[in-house]
Design a protein around this ligand. Structure first.
Ligand code: PEP
Ligand code: MN
Length: 365
């Protein structure tokens, strides 16, 4: 489906947003002192946009759910004392009214809210008539259409300065990430809406302060536009997300280490890149030919199984194939998870082909 969005470049009054846009501050505003101290430490190091959660959507009741409206005057003070721009998360109409009343410069919609079209619509309706920039986090579930839907709802309310925040996706499996990055999803978002800035949230993707740098670099290598990173004056004492917050000092180190590679290939030595791309095209052709031959053999196997009355799925053979491919992958220096994923898809298609053959034979009998 074509996206019909009416967007303007993401901007804040009087501040040019240059790549990488950096937004930082605590997961939650906890006390006036913690909020102001963190903001001063960030402002001193040149950071311009301050984030802080006031209303916190927590997974289980009883956890710290944010200080609520009473934190908004603290943020106003941050603005007055440091000159930083302030950003907060909004999840309902009342949050929007309160935040705008206190002069919040930028709003973001959290991942749990994006997953709920009713909530997004309520926020969008409350935004009508305002021109505050809004960032929209991906929904907790890996659903690009839902993410785009939320962007459309906000845009239809008349908000033109919109950015997307890539914060990763929940999964039942325990992985090294708090939320799996699933890079193909924001990459597809970029393809679908090229003019939409994408800001990565490495804090909520990794869940670990020591991995923020490598994820941030990855986001830059994807040519994304910015980073939203949680920072706290004393991370180990944070009331929420303590494990993933960095100090303002560590943030400076992370940002200064980032390498911003060229996004245009015009002035790079084209010949080499063209040559490499030709090699890739050739190998892809070979891969396709091999897949074609493999599927032909699958069909022959399907016929054999039909003639001999054998079930299509043979668990022992399947386990054997997967185990062998895993070992072979490791020996070849390939990621075994990647190779297993590829072979799972190949196997699925092979089963489909065998099914088609069996049904054809059946129809002929
Ligand atoms: C947050 O930014 O503190 C937050 C609650 O994030 P998310 O919506 O990504 O879980
Ligand atoms: Mn957080």
């Amino acid at each position: 489906m074509e996206q019909q969005l009416d967007l303007l470049p993401l901007a804040l009054p009087g501040l040019e947003l240059k790549r990488p846009i950096v937004i930082s501050g605590p997961c939650s505003a906890e006390t006036e002192e913690q909020t102001l101290e963190t903001a001063h430490a960030l402002a001193k190091r040149g950071f311009k946009i301050f984030r802080a959660g006031i209303w916190k959507p927590r997974t289980r009741p009883g956890a710290f759910e944010g200080v609520g409206t009473k934190g908004l005057p603290w943020l106003k003070k941050v603005k007055e004392e440091t000159g930083m721009y302030i950003a907060v998360e909004v999840a309902n109409a009342n949050h929007v009214y309160e935040a705008l009343k206190f002069g919040v410069d930028m709003l973001w919609i959290g991942a749990r809210t994006t997953a709920n079209p009713f909530a997004v619509q309520e926020v969008a309706d409350a935004l009508a008539g305002s021109d505050v920039p809004v960032l929209i986090k991906n929904p907790v579930n890996p659903d690009l259409e839902l993410w785009i839907g939320a962007i459309e709802r906000v845009n239809r309310a008349g908000i033109k300065r919109i950015g997307a925040i890539h914060r990763g996706f929940s999964s039942y499996d325990k992985t090294e990430f708090r939320n799996n990055p699933e890079w193909p999803i924001p990459i597809e978002l970029r393809r679908r809406i090229p003019e939409l800035p994408i800001i990565t949230d490495p804090s909520h993707i990794t869940g670990k302060s020591e991995s923020i740098y490598s994820l941030s670099q990855e986001a830059m290598d994807m040519n994304f536009d910015g980073l939203i990173i949680e920072s706290h004056i004393c991370p180990e004492k944070a009331w929420s997300d303590a494990r993933q917050q960095v100090t303002p000092e560590q943030l400076t180190e992370i940002i200064s280490k980032l390498v911003l590679r060229r996004s245009k290939i015009g002035d790079t030595p084209r010949v080499t890149l063209d040559e490499l791309r030709q090699k890739i095209d050739k190998l892809d052709n070979q891969l396709l030919e091999i897949l074609k031959s493999r599927m032909k053999i699958s069909e022959a196997i399907g016929k054999y199984k039909y003639d001999n009355n054998i079930t299509i799925l043979q668990n022992r053979r399947y386990d054997e194939v997967m185990n062998n491919r895993k070992t072979q992958a490791e020996e070849a220096g390939l990621s075994s998870e990647f190779v297993i994923r590829v072979f799972e898809h190949i196997h699925e298609e092979s089963i489909n082909r065998q099914n088609v053959i069996m049904n054809k034979e059946l129809a002929r009998d």
